[in-house]
Design a protein around this ligand. Sequence first.
Ligand code: SF4
Length: 92
Amino acid sequence: MTTITAVKECSTTNCAYNNDGCRAFAITIGGSTAKATCGTFIALDARGGLQVADGHVGACQRLECRHNTDLMCTAEMITVGDAANCVSYEIL
Ligand code: SF4
């Protein structure tokens, strides 16, 4: 793998890493059942992470997603919805 998937957009505005976009250096996508969700999400009375919104997917546990290879995301970019869900998730 030569590229790391960018978090193009994240609508979960109550996440401490969301400040005009995802500022976590790398997020982990996990979740259960049919919903792939961001395991890095945390609601705190604070904002943190990088100085700019330049988040990436560090790891993805959703092997059944068509974009997943070896527990990594191969999509060029993903979008995270307002429930910390990976909108780009596509079940095989
Ligand atoms: S698009 Fe698929 S492989 Fe990529 S982060 Fe979302 S659920 Fe994981």
